[in-house]
Design a protein around this ligand. Structure first.
Ligand SMILES: [Ca+2]
Ligand SMILES: [Ca+2]
Ligand SMILES: [Ca+2]
Ligand SMILES: [Ca+2]
Length: 426
C-alpha cells in the first residue's frame, strides 16, 4: 500500500504533463510546469467570470435587422375558376404522380337556392388543369382533407354535414366520382377539422375531429363512437403526428384561448388525457380561433407545433417524447392570418412559413425558416386576388420547386403562383 501512495503523486504529475504536452502546439517546446498551465487556465476562467459579472445582462448582441431580400420568386399567378371555394386539399386524386387541387364549391344564390359539390382540378402535368365535379354534397363543406383508403384502391374524405352535426364519409368509386359511403355519428356540433386516420392499426380509416370525438370504423364501414379526447377545452384546430415515434399517432389541438393540448395516442384508438401548454397573451384584439401545424421546424428530428391564436404565431419545440418547450414567437409581426402552411419553399432543408392574410391585396407572404423555430420575412406572393383564405404548397409543374396555391373564396377563384428559379433568372 505504501509504495502505491508514494507513487501516486508521481503518476498524477506524469498524466498532467502528458495532457499539457498534447494540448500544446507541436512546434512549441513542451511547457515544463503544469502548475503554470493550470494557473493560467484558472486565471482565464476568473477573467471570464469577472467579465460576465461586470456586465449584469450579457444579452446576446442583437444584430441589426437585415433588409428583407426576396430569396424566392414566383411567376405571375394563374387562376382557377371555383365558386365560393374557401378551402381545398392537395392530393394526387388520379394517381398520375402530379398533385391535384380538390375544393368544395357552391353554386346558386339565395333566391334559387344553393347546390354544393366537390370540384377537382386535375393537374395536366403542369400544363393547366381539368375541372370536374367529383361529388355532390348535401351540405356545404367548411373544410376538406382527402386520404388513401388502405387495401381498397380508393380515396376518401369526411365532410361535417352541419344539419345534425354528423359527419359524412365519401369514398371514391370506379368512375372517378365519390359516393356517400357511411355516416359517422358525432356527440356534439363544432366539427370542422375531421381527419381520416387509421388510429388502431387495423388498416381501416377511423375519424377524429376537433370537437374531440374519435370514431373507430370496422371493415364494413360501420363507425362507432368509442373515445373522446379527454381534457380538450375547445379544439379550434387539430393535427396528428407521431410525436414520440412509438408508431401511434398523437393528436394536438390549439384554440383561440392559446392552449396547446397534446393527446398521446395509445394505439388502440384511444388517447391519454391532455397535457396542456399555454402560449403568452400578446394582446389579440379579436379572437377567431386557432391553427396548429406539426413539423420539425428546427431540424432536430423531433416534431414541433407551429400554432397561432388570432394575431400571434408561436413555435412550441418538441422534445421527442410528446412534451414541448415554452413557446417562441415564430415571427416578429402579429398578422391577422387566415391560414398558413409550413413547408420548405426555398429547398434549403429548413421549413418555411407561408402565411395567408385576409383583407390584404397581396395576401400571401413567405417567411423563411431560420432553423430555430423562428421565421423571417422573405417575399410577398401574388396569387391573383386579395383575401386568401387557405394556402398550400406543392410542386405543381414537377420542376422540383414548391409552388404556392391560395383559395380566394370571396373572389370565386383559386390562385396558383409557380416558383421560378431565381438563380437562373427564369
Ligand atoms: Ca405516438
Ligand atoms: Ca423539432
Ligand atoms: Ca426553407
Ligand atoms: Ca414547381
Amino acid at each position: 500500500m505504501k509504495p502505491a501512495n508514494v507513487l501516486l503523486p508521481i503518476l498524477i504529475s506524469l498524466v498532467l504533463s502528458a495532457c499539457g504536452g498534447s494540448s500544446g502546439s507541436d512546434a512549441e517546446p513542451p511547457q515544463p510546469s503544469e502548475t503554470n498551465d493550470s494557473s493560467s487556465d484558472s486565471t482565464q476562467e476568473e477573467a471570464d467570470s469577472t467579465a460576465s459579472e461586470e456586465t449584469p445582462e450579457p444579452s446576446e448582441p442583437t444584430a441589426p435587422p437585415k433588409p428583407s431580400e426576396p430569396v424566392v420568386s414566383f411567376s405571375a399567378p394563374s387562376l382557377l375558376s371555383a365558386n365560393n371555394a374557401y378551402w381545398f386539399s392537395i392530393f394526387d386524386i388520379d394517381t398520375d404522380g402530379a398533385s391535384d387541387i380538390i375544393a368544395p364549391t357552391m353554386e346558386g344564390d339565395q333566391w334559387t337556392g344553393y347546390t354544393y359539390s366537390v370540384t377537382a382540378f386535375s393537374n395536366l402535368d403542369g400544363h393547366g388543369f381539368n375541372r370536374a365535379t367529383i361529388a355532390d354534397l348535401e351540405y356545404g363543406a367548411s373544410w376538406i382533407s382527402l386520404f388513401e383508403v388502405p387495401n381498397k384502391n380508393s380515396i376518401g374524405f369526411f365532410i361535417p354535414t352541419g344539419a345534425d352535426c354528423s359527419i359524412a364519409y365519401y369514398q371514391s368509386n370506379e368512375t372517378d366520382g365519390f359516393d356517400g359511403f357511411a355516416s359517422v355519428p358525432s356527440i356534439s356540433c363544432g366539427n370542422r377539422y375531421v381527419l381520416g386516420k387509421d388510429l388502431n392499426n387495423d388498416q381501416v380509416i377511423d375519424s377524429i375531429s376537433n370537437a374531440g370525438h374519435i370514431n373507430i370504423a370496422s371493415n364494413d364501414g360501420e363507425f362507432t363512437t368509442s373515445h373522446d379526447l379527454i381534457g380538450l377545452t375547445s379544439g379550434a384546430a387539430l393535427a396528428i403526428s407521431d410525436l414520440d415515434k412509438d408508431g401511434a399517432g398523437d393528436a394536438v389541438t390549439f384554440d383561440g384561448d392559446r392552449t396547446l393540448a397534446v393527446f398521446m395516442g395509445i394505439g388502440d384508438g384511444s388517447f391519454e388525457t391532455a397535457n396542456l401548454y399555454l402560449a403568452p397573451d400578446n394582446g389579440c384584439f379579436t379572437s377567431h380561433g386557432g391553427l396548429v401545424v406539426l413539423r420539425d421546424v428546427n431540424g432536430d428530428e423531433n416534431i414541433d407545433a407551429v400554432a397561432a391564436d388570432s394575431c400571434n404565431i408561436f413555435s412550441f419545440l418538441g422534445n421527442g417524447d410528446g412534451t414541448f418547450s415554452e413557446p417562441l414567437k415564430a415571427i416578429s409581426s402579429s398578422p391577422v392570418w387566415s391560414d398558413y402552411e409550413v413547408a420548405d419553399i426555398n429547398s434549403d432543408g429548413v421549413y418555411d412559413l407561408i402565411l395567408a392574410e385576409a383583407n390584404q391585396e397581396t395576401s400571401v407572404t413567405i417567411y423563411t425558416g431560420k432553423g430555430d423555430g423562428t421565421f423571417e420575412h422573405a417575399a410577398q406572393v401574388d396569387t391573383g386576388a386579395p383575401d386568401a383564405m387557405q394556402v398550400g404548397a406543392a410542386d405543381l409543374n414537377n420542376d422540383g420547386l414548391l409552388d404556392v396555391i391560395a383559395s380566394h373564396g370571396y373572389h370565386n377563384t383559386i390562385g396558383i403562383a409557380l416558383q421560378t428559379d431565381s438563380d437562373s433568372g427564369l
